[in-house]
Design a protein around this ligand. Structure first.
Ligand code: ATP
Length: 675
């Protein structure tokens, strides 16, 4: 609150009550946020702006929050930006009348296409002042660009971008913007371009926006009631309410109107987990040994399940005769005599077009009294002849889109391991033992189509060892170990939780887990591989700086066929120079031959981790005198199409893995005892 008090809360001059929010007002806040790295200050700027929104134009709260979180709609709607650099450069050139060669030269010098747009726009002579952009107007313009499809889509996208850029910075039109000062200031062109790229780069995490929204709403409600400012306890209550509602129902489209109508503290009565809106899945922490599992769950009851190696699937269903009154109708992906069903990925993408075979068979597994549910499952390739699970690689050969049931060659079996919602009731807060009982009561297994994850509730080391070996023989990755009772065993959406541990056979002796890394660059091959890329530069993600930090070069684990495919795939996302949000070595020898947009995530295994001056991963966290953590002998395992670059392994995870290595742990403990 003291941070809040020291900041001004004057609304933007052209912003009149009830009228659409000028986009320039939002950009002014963005520019203030960009100038600080202090979380509390970022939070305060965000919260003050949202209080103005609530006071002056609450009808624009939804597009404001969407633009602040760099989304156009809820994740499951599938609407995304992430427009490539070349298309943006074309639009900047056309809208500002500068030649593409000039724009490219600027981009080579400045390295930030947002700043290039700001500079180009400010240099442009203007005959008349364009109509100022508004927050809902920019949101709609971006939405049109993102949803443009079909023939000539690229050209129409460029037109859409041109339209926005031509109206940008109406208030400063003709006045030069100094892009070397204050990171380019509140230029609208800069922030439009960054939003188009899919990266605002303000250091504004979605969690911070959520907290700011809760605070602003609490201030607003209290002042509407004539009370003074809310207490710390009021603010904490508002924050925890909004966070928990959002984790069950991650859709601002549903939450914001309900919050404006009923008030923030009444949200849990109006917005709860519901079929049709996927929640972010709970994730597990890696462990290195079964004894570590026993230590962590010290004396508590837990259960060991097979960790199936396929694709995560959240299956939603509502029967036609269900008495449910849903806030938002589920997309009607799979319709049958019994009801409407959807399948969502780990990323909340709609997988219904990939698995029409599952949706067609699903009604057979549902018992008569089961009217609505949300299941957490793994879909696994299934050998119809041998009647057993097939390795993950088989599943990868399935088409991803527009699959027809009659064409399906790789059959899948669904292994259900949790139930999050049943017959109108959210189950996430119930103990796992209880949820599992409900799961087993509500469904009927059908061999090769639907099964419950195999498990044993043993706490005995030897029995767990045997189960782990059996799971590997059954083509699984190992075991998932889960708490059974009490509040610790509730389902924690979107959390990598201590209460779910994974034990994989092949990391019992290694560093812990495999890593998921983003491809930033490539080196041309030698010998047989001269036509393709032979090695690649990989990076992890640092959520606090929103930068990608390089972690290794990799050239092992690729078949010739994979290298050929990768060459085709990656050639489309080449860029002339590294993005400003890549943290990498500047040494001449360390530069890859080509750089890429951050798009693809690969799973990689490593023998161990070491410090290296060539890489920058977790350099701030491991205190290695500027050296980063790097992977030794990395090996490519597979592409992770179900992960976005921002979901790659984080610098923190890599630092923890490095510090946990036996050799490093020994040195650290010697160091501590010595001092
Ligand atoms: P990885 O899949 O590489 O282990 P991840 O980050 O995708 O990493 P984790 O939290 O590490 O996810 O592992 C959990 C994943 O294991 C789930 O996302 C799910 O797809 C899969 N899985 C298979 N069997 C189970 C099970 N019985 N319980 C929970 N998850 C399971």
């Amino acid at each position: 609150q003291s941070t809040l008090k020291s900041m001004t809360n004057d609304p933007y001059p052209d912003w009149r009550p009830g009228e659409p929010i000028p986009y320039a007002a939002l950009c002014t806040t963005f520019a203030k946020i960009e100038m600080t790295t202090k979380r509390l200050e970022i939070l305060a700027h965000c919260s003050l702006f949202l209080r103005q929104v609530l006071r002056l134009t609450p009808a624009n709260l939804l597009p404001t929050i969407l633009l602040m979180t760099n989304k156009l709609a809820a994740d499951y709607s599938g609407v995304e930006l992430g427009i490539g650099e070349s298309l943006i450069m074309k639009a900047v050139s056309q809208s500002t009348g500068r030649s593409l060669a000039h724009i490219k030269a600027d981009q080579n010098e400045v390295g930030d296409i947002g700043l290039v747009a700001a500079k180009s726009r400010s240099k442009q002579p203007t005959m008349f002042k364009p109509k100022a952009l508004t927050v809902p107007g920019v949101h709609k313009g971006l939405m049109d660009i993102a949803t443009t499809e079909g023939q000539g889509a690229q050209g129409r996208k460029v037109d859409g971008i041109k339209k926005l850029l031509s109206a940008a910075d109406a208030h400063t039109a003709g006045k030069a913007v100094d892009i070397t000062k204050d990171k380019g200031g509140p230029s609208e062109a800069k922030f439009i371009v960054r939003t188009l790229e899919g990266k605002l780069r303000l250091g504004l995490a979605e969690r911070t926006v959520l907290v700011a929204l809760a605070q602003a709403m609490m201030f607003h409600e209290m002042s509407a009631k004539g009370s003074k400012i809310p207490s710390t306890a009021d603010l904490a209550k508002a924050e925890s309410t909004l966070k928990s509602v959002y984790s069950e129902l991650p859709s601002y489209e549903v939450i914001i109107p309900a919050m404006l109508k009923h008030g923030i503290l009444s949200l849990p009565d109006n917005c709860r987990l519901q079929p049709g809106v996927p929640l972010k899945p709970m994730l597990a922490k890696p462990t290195k040994s079964i004894t570590e599992v026993l230590d962590r769950f010290d004396g508590k009851d837990f259960t060991c399940e097979y960790k199936y190696d396929g694709e995560r699937a959240q299956i939603h269903f509502v029967a036609h005769d269900s008495p449910l009154d849903l806030v938002t109708a589920p997309p009607s992906a799979g319709k049958s005599d019994k009801g409407v069903s959807n399948i969502f990925s780990r990323n909340s993408e709609d997988l219904s077009k990939k698995y029409p075979d599952i949706l067609a068979k699903l009604p057979d597994w549902v018992k008569d009294g089961t009217k609505s549910f949300v299941l957490d499952c793994e879909t696994v390739a299934w050998d119809m002849v041998e009647r057993k699970v097939l390795p993950f690689q088989q599943l990868m050969t399935r088409k991803r889109k527009d699959v027809k049931v009659e064409d399906v060659k790789v059959k899948v079996c669904v292994f259900a391991f949790d139930i999050l919602y049943l017959n109108g009731e959210a189950l996430v807060n119930k103990p796992f033992r209880n949820r599992r009982e409900l799961l087993h009561e509500a469904f009927v297994p059908v061999e090769g189509e639907f099964a419950f994850a195999k498990y044993s509730n043993t706490n005995e080391l030897e029995e767990i060892q045997t189960l782990l070996e059996e799971s590997i023989k059954a083509s699984c990755e190992g075991l998932m170990v889960k708490m059974l009772d009490g509040p610790e065993s509730s389902y924690e959406p979107s959390k990598r939780s201590q209460n779910w541990l994974k034990v994989k056979k092949d990391y019992l002796s290694g560093v812990g887990d495999s890593l998921d890394l983003v491809v930033l660059g490539a080196y041309y091959g030698k010998g047989k591989r001269t036509n393709w890329f032979g090695a690649f530069l990989l990076a992890c993600y640092n959520p606090s700086t929103q930068n990608f930090e390089t972690v290794c070069n990799i050239g092992t684990g690729f078949s010739e066929a994979i290298l050929e495919t990768l060459h085709t795939q990656l050639s489309t996302i080449k860029i002339d120079r590294p993005k400003p949000f890549y943290t990498h070595s500047s040494g001449n020898k360390d530069q890859p031959d080509v750089w890429f947009e951050p798009k693809y995530v690969w799973e990689v295994k490593t023998a161990d981790l070491t410090l290296s001056p060539r890489y920058k991963a977790a350099a701030d966290e491991v205190a290695g005198g500027g050296k980063g953590v790097s992977l030794r002998f990395p090996r490519f395992i597979r592409g992770r199409d179900d992960k976005k670059p921002e979901q790659a392994s984080t610098s923190r995870m890599i630092a923890e893995m490095y510090q946990r290595q036996d050799s490093v742990a020994k040195i650290l403990s010697q160091f501590r005892s010595y001092h």
